[in-house]
Structures are given as structure tokens and as C-alpha cells.
Design a protein around this ligand. Structure first.
Ligand SMILES: [Ca+2]
Ligand SMILES: [Ca+2]
Ligand SMILES: [Ca+2]
Length: 283
């Protein structure tokens, strides 16, 4: 048996090889790090503790974030600064938050805590850039975006990362609940995907705002002329018809749930033989 010193030297040798071979860390280039979700207006906790945003590594590399800058177009600016490497693995989500205390941040598990950076409730920017000011990703949200108190704003999980994410039409209010009751999917795939079962004849199926207090807008696009029926299905499986018309191409349909009881429903769109659903919260 080898003595402990020899064993230690061998261990260190193999660890250093592992380190060099397995972990190659580098700063991202544009397109590799994408803002996928932000909570600008928490309801369960104060904004000063409960704001956060999520980024996703679209690349096949582990990215090193130390030294990068989080800023807006005003005076907010924070340089990522830590004694430890702030790393994000390939296909991994990372949460930047204002507080690491789960009792005060709404119940999220954070990866990095920033300062001097706040998220306006009706408009603001999130700009992530390299120390040389190369912008890696940015969004500028305005009143056009689906911003609601107590719900994060999520990039559609069906989003094609080669496109520009700074467009409100790709964003939705979150549906899933986290921590102390606000809606969002911090650190996880965005919630809309769990509720969209899109079938081949519907090219586009968006419903907003969700949750809603009454008004509901449905945007669909069909590949060919189809008889489209839209219904709500309640938790008992009862179907409430809302709309029926022959449609071809894009259609924007305003609906109202004013006469419908408060609760959780599935919004069903029938096109010809196929059906698609999204979960709707009427509050
Ligand atoms: Ca805020
Ligand atoms: Ca700001
Ligand atoms: Ca998420």
C-alpha cells in the first residue's frame, strides 16, 4: 500500500488533469446566455427582496460570468463580483436575485445576489454585457409586455434562440406557482410549455393575459382554412363554448370571462380534427 503522501500527490495529479480536461470556462459570446424570465413586481414579498431574473445557457460550454455587468439604460449597474467562479453549465438556468434569504425573497433558490439593480414594474431594461461592454443579451420591457403583479414574465419555451428575444410577443405571464405563492419558474423551464399541447394544424396559439380578471385574448394561426372552436373546460370537465368560426391564417380573438366563475380552466382550441389546450387562471 502506498503511503498517504504518495496517494495525495496522485490524487492532486489526477484532479488537475480532470480540471483541465473537463472544465473549460469562458465568458459567453452573444447568443450563448439568454434572459428567459424576470420577476419585476413580486406580490408575496417586497420588490426590494423579491425581484429576480433568470438566464439560460444555450451553448454546450460552461460559461464563466465573473466580471460581467448587469445594467439598464439608466443608472443601474452591477458588476458580477465573487471570490468564487460564477459558472453556468450548458443547458442550465441561473437565478440572479436581490436576496438569498428564502424567507424574504419569495421562496426562490438564488445563484447570485446583485445590488444597485432594480426592475421597474411597468418598464425597464436588463442588459448583460462583458467587461468590454459587448452586449450579450438585453431586453427592454414596456407597458406592452405582459407584466402583472405577482407573476413573472417568461420567454416562451418554444422560443427559437436564434431569434431576437427582445419582443413582447415572445413573452407570457407565468402560470406555475413558486415559494410563497407568486407565479414563476425560477431556475426551471418556463411554465407555459407544460400547458401547451400544440398539434400540427395550429402554428401559433397564445392566450393572454393569464391569469386574467376577465378580458382574454387568443391569438392563433392555422395552416389552412379550418373550423375553429374555442371552449373553456372547468375542473369537472364541463365544456363552456366561447367562439366558433371558420378561420384561415392569423386571428386575434378578444374574449371575456366576465360571466364565468373564478377558477382554473383549460382553454381548448379545436381546429378540424385536432385540439390544443392551455391552462387559464381566472381570478
Ligand atoms: Ca419592481
Ligand atoms: Ca432598472
Ligand atoms: Ca424559468
Amino acid at each position: 500500500m502506498k503511503n498517504p503522501i504518495t496517494q495525495l500527490i496522485i490524487a492532486v495529479f489526477f484532479l488537475s488533469i480532470l480540471n483541465h480536461q473537463v472544465i473549460s470556462q469562458e465568458l459567453p459570446i452573444p447568443g450563448q446566455l439568454i434572459i428567459t424570465e424576470f420577476m419585476s413586481n413580486p406580490s408575496a414579498v417586497s420588490d426590494s427582496k423579491g425581484e429576480w431574473f433568470e438566464v439560460f445557457n444555450t451553448s454546450d460550454k460552461t460559461l464563466l460570468l465573473n466580471g460581467m455587468i448587469i445594467s439598464d439604460n439608466g443608472s443601474n449597474s452591477h458588476t458580477i463580483n465573487s471570490d468564487q467562479d460564477i459558472l453556468i453549465g450548458p443547458g442550465v438556468y441561473l437565478i440572479f436575485a436581490r436576496s438569498e434569504e428564502t424567507s424574504e425573497n419569495g421562496g426562490i433558490s438564488s445563484d447570485y445576489i446583485y445590488s444597485n439593480f432594480t426592475l421597474g414594474n411597468s418598464e425597464d431594461e436588463i442588459v448583460i454585457s462583458l467587461p468590454d461592454e459587448t452586449v450579450i443579451d438585453q431586453i427592454t420591457y414596456t407597458a406592452d409586455w405582459p407584466l402583472y403583479s405577482g407573476a413573472s414574465c417568461e420567454l416562451s419555451p418554444a422560443f427559437d434562440f436564434s431569434l431576437e428575444n427582445n419582443d413582447w410577443q415572445h413573452w407570457h405571464p407565468a402560470v406555475d406557482t413558486y415559494g410563497q405563492g407568486d407565479l414563476g419558474t425560477p431556475g426551471k423551464e418556463n411554465s407555459i410549455s407544460s400547458f401547451i399541447y400544440m398539434l400540427d394544424k395550429l402554428e401559433e396559439f397564445e392566450v393572454f393575459p393569464n391569469p386574467t380578471t376577465g378580458p382574454l385574448f387568443v391569438r392563433i394561426r392555422t395552416m389552412e382554412a379550418e373550423e375553429v372552436k374555442i371552449s373553456l373546460i372547468n375542473v369537472l370537465g364541463q365544456r363552456i363554448p366561447l367562439f366558433e368560426q371558420r378561420v384561415a391564417g392569423s386571428l386575434f380573438i378578444p374574449l371575456t370571462l366576465d360571466q364565468i366563475d373564478i377558477g382554473i380552466y383549460w382553454l381548448e382550441v379545436c381546429t378540424g380534427e385536432t385540439r390544443s389546450w392551455q391552462k387559464i387562471i381566472h381570478q
